[in-house]
Design a protein around this ligand. Structure first.
Ligand SMILES: [Zn+2]
Length: 271
């Protein structure tokens, strides 16, 4: 599932279309990605609108078009955005295709999602829609203070740290790999309950989760460069990986409802 930096990467794919005007819309009206939107309204509202800005927040994106038209995109499990030249023949997984006016590249903007857990939304109005208003600060933001972090842990004191880090209302953009990476860097067992974490352990987690967010944005967002070998990331995907710090075989366990990868040596489970 695309997390913070992968979402920025995909949003950037449509950036070359800022300043361009939509000529025509092609979509699959019965696709599940339109469960929160009316596909007919999307098809009739977008033509002749100019794309003004493209932004991400956490795992969500908002494309603002002229006349106060807000197109929301959530990639779900396997959605992706890309551009292509005209003429373009949509694939069966291309649920939304925006053809642009003029002959300049790109010719089309495509939202493709073979799993269909993604989501498209539309809102028209001078004010941002509810789903794009009053959003919590992202973990790398200045507004994501230590006090805010402590409050989150205190409120979720009985939950395993892994589950707390996956809460999008608290850590927008964090997903499975970022949560595992942050806990591994902070040398904390993912099943440790927030209430059991000591003061210095909380301080390490605060520092390292913000570092993971910044590192992900620096390494992955621009061109989807593969993370370096000294992150947990390249070692966590297949069975049999080993910890890049101490070469111990990595363990996998369901914690917080998700397959969690950790090193039993630097993140020893609590007795
Ligand atoms: Zn280790």
């Amino acid at each position: 599932m695309p997390e913070l930096a992968e979402v920025v990467y995909y949003c950037n794919q449509w950036l070359p279309a800022v300043g361009r005007t939509v000529a025509a819309v092609r979509l699959h009206p019965r696709a599940r990605v339109f469960r929160d939107a009316d596909p007919e309204t999307i098809a009739s509202a977008l033509p002749e609108r100019k794309l003004l800005t493209a932004d991400t927040h956490g795992k969500g994106m908002r494309f603002l078009f002229s006349g106060g038209l807000h197109l929301g995109v959530h990639l779900g499990m396997a959605g992706r955005l890309f551009t292509a030249p005209l003429p373009y023949q949509p694939d069966k997984h291309d649920h939304l295709v925006l053809e642009l006016e003029g002959r300049a590249a790109p010719g089309v903007l495509v939202f493709s999602d073979y799993r269909m857990f993604g989501r498209i939304r539309l809102h028209e109005g001078a004010e941002a829609p509810p789903w794009w208003r009053d959003l919590p600060p992202e973990p790398q933001d200045r507004g994501f203070t230590r006090a805010r972090f402590e409050k989150i842990l205190d409120r979720r004191s009985r939950a395993p740290l892994k589950a707390v880090l996956l809460d999008q209302a608290c850590f927008p953009g964090f997903g499975n790999w970022m949560a595992d990476e942050a806990l591994w860097r902070a040398r904390l067992f993912p099943g440790l309950r927030a209430a059991e974490a000591r003061k210095e352990e909380r301080a390490r987690l605060y520092r390292d989760l913000r570092k993971v967010a910044r590192d992900a944005l620096r390494v992955i967002a621009p061109e989807w460069t593969a993370p370096p070998a000294n992150w947990l990331f390249p070692h966590r995907w297949k069975d049999g990986g080993s910890c890049p710090r101490d070469r111990a075989p990595l363990e996998r366990e369901t914690i917080g409802g998700r397959t969690t990868c950790y090193c039993p040596v630097c993140q020893p489970p609590i007795a």
